[in-house]
Design a protein around this ligand. Structure first.
Ligand code: LLP
Length: 451
């Protein structure tokens, strides 16, 4: 249960905001009784576009991309930041990522197709996936992607053959499972030994496979990748993973004579979902990983590779919010108050799936304190369908516009049309302007593939 914290505070730049700290998008402010983001009144926007509605603060998005690039560049000049597009994917965010000099992590043919559709520079695209299909590999190699991240020895054979058929040499990384336990939700841990992802270090398997990759025709092994998990607060997990990876690379150099060009440390930096969350900053993350790589390379006498990271959530989560309209309410004495909103697990499955927590406010009462504890339940035919469980909010009435914060990552990309619910539109706001970048799904869209 989050605290009833929403008293207003004056910011140094003159804006008045709710005391929700790092949860809020950069330009959030309260004018009169209304919540504004990007200079746009969320209450008016909801009236114009309907709800449920995903809204993104473009200044916030661009700011985080810039901060990531600069934070790494300043501390580790030979570095690159890949946007992990699984966190939030549409054409506009990819255009912005390209414009901001990001590299791109795609995890399959669909994400790659989106990147191609906006002309994302293919040499900056890295292709992930634990079971990329033959077709996806062919699409990626013929598109000229910068790197394919090999996940298995079986895949090595496929990449080698397809690259041969297409008459090219494909640069590859090997995804290694470094055996580091990140302190996060079970479902989003990926670096520990028992994982479906990557080459395991158990029985020295990954190390032996390096020889196979080096011997395979039409592939050029240029480095290693790992990803230890997501929503990680404790930076030491990243430093530990760096240690393991650099030692591995030094052993590879000693045995096989390969000096790696790339060390890709994956994504995973945590963000604030609740006002009291204290995640590490982008700059602290950059400092920790850069220091760890420099230190480990020094210890192992390894030439410093290019350092890559793949943030998803920490680039987009706090830039995005979801607006809903209150339709029904029901109070169960001594149990809880349900506030029914016009969305739910179809636009945000994270609460049902991970028991995720969110902060919410009523956008048309943003200047009032959040004195009520309610459950924001969705409109789906499931008891577990809620977006906020026992969270604080202003006193609700029918027709109020609820704004749920930090929904920019893994909500739209994990959305569904369960119960025939059309997916919300996506609006980007900036400098007082709102533009629809993905239109709302229609009933016709729901049936468009049915024959
Ligand atoms: N790189 C790889 C190889 C990944 O698998 C992921 C996320 C990332 C980068 C980006 O991680 P991030 O910076 O966003 O933590 N659906 C879950 C999160 C799953 C993460 C999957 N992989 C959630 O809603 O919390």
């Amino acid at each position: 249960m989050s605290l009833p914290k929403s008293d207003l505070s004056k910011q140094a730049d003159g804006r008045t905001t709710m005391q929700l700290g790092p949860v809020l998008p950069k330009t959030a402010e309260v004018r009169g009784s209304h919540l504004f983001i990007g200079g746009v009144d969320m209450v008016e926007l909801a009236a114009e576009q309907g709800t449920a509605l995903y809204v993104f603060d473009e200044a916030d998005l661009r700011d985080r991309m810039e901060r990531y690039r600069e934070a790494f560049c300043e501390r580790y000049p030979n570095s690159g930041v890949l946007y992990a597009s699984k966190a939030f994917l549409n054409k506009e965010v990819l255009r912005i990522a390209a414009d901001e000099g990001m590299f791109l992590d795609v995890s399959g043919g669909g994400e790659l197709a989106c990147a191609q559709a906006v002309g994302f520079p293919m040499e900056r695209v890295f292709v992930h996936g634990n079971n990329k299909t033959e077709a996806e590999l062919r699409e990626a190699i013929s598109a000229g992607v910068g790197r394919i991240v090999l996940d298995t020895r079986i895949e090595l054979g496929r990449v080698s053959r397809i690259a041969g058929e297409l008459g090219v040499t494909q640069k590859v990384l090997m995804r290694i499972t470094p055996g580091v336990e990140a302190d996060t939700h079970e479902y989003i841990k990926t670096g520990c030994e028992d994982s479906k992802f990557g080459f395991t270090m158990l029985d020295d398997f990954a190390f032996k496979c390096v020889g196979d990759v080096l011997a395979a025709p039409n592939v050029d092994l240029v480095g290693f990748h790992c990803h230890i998990g997501s929503q990680i607060f404790a930076l030491h997990s990243f430093a530990e993973a760096v240690q393991v990876m650099v030692k591995f690379a030094a052993r590879v150099r000693d045995t096989y004579g390969l000096v790696i060009e790339d060390l890709d440390m994956g994504g995973g930096l945590g963000i604030a979902y609740l006002a009291d969350d204290e995640p590490s900053s982008i700059e602290e993350f950059a400092q920790c990983t850069s220091d760890a790589v420099m230190q480990a390379c020094l210890e192992c006498g390894l030439a410093m590779p290019r350092l890559l990271v793949e943030p998803g959530r920490s680039l987009v989560a706090n830039a995005g919010v979801t607006l809903y309209t209150v339709g029904v309410m029901k109070t169960l004495p001594n149990i809880r108050k349900y506030v029914g909103i016009d969305g739910g697990m179809s636009d945000n499955i994270r609460t049902a799936l991970y028991h995720a927590s969110y902060e919410a406010v009523i956008a048309n009462k943003a200047d009032e304190p959040r004195t009520e504890i309610v459950t924001l339940c969705g409109k789906h035919c499931e008891s577990g369908d809620a977006v906020v469980l026992d969270g604080s909010i202003q006193r609700p009435d029918m027709g109020d516009i609820v704004c749920v914060f930090a929904t920019g990552a893994y909500c739209y990309t994990m959305s569904s049309s369960y119960n025939g619910q059309p997916r919300p539109a996506i609006v980007f706001v900036r400098d007082g302007e709102a533009r629809v970048v993905t239109r709302r799904e229609t009933y016709a869209d729901l049936m468009v593939r049915d024959l």
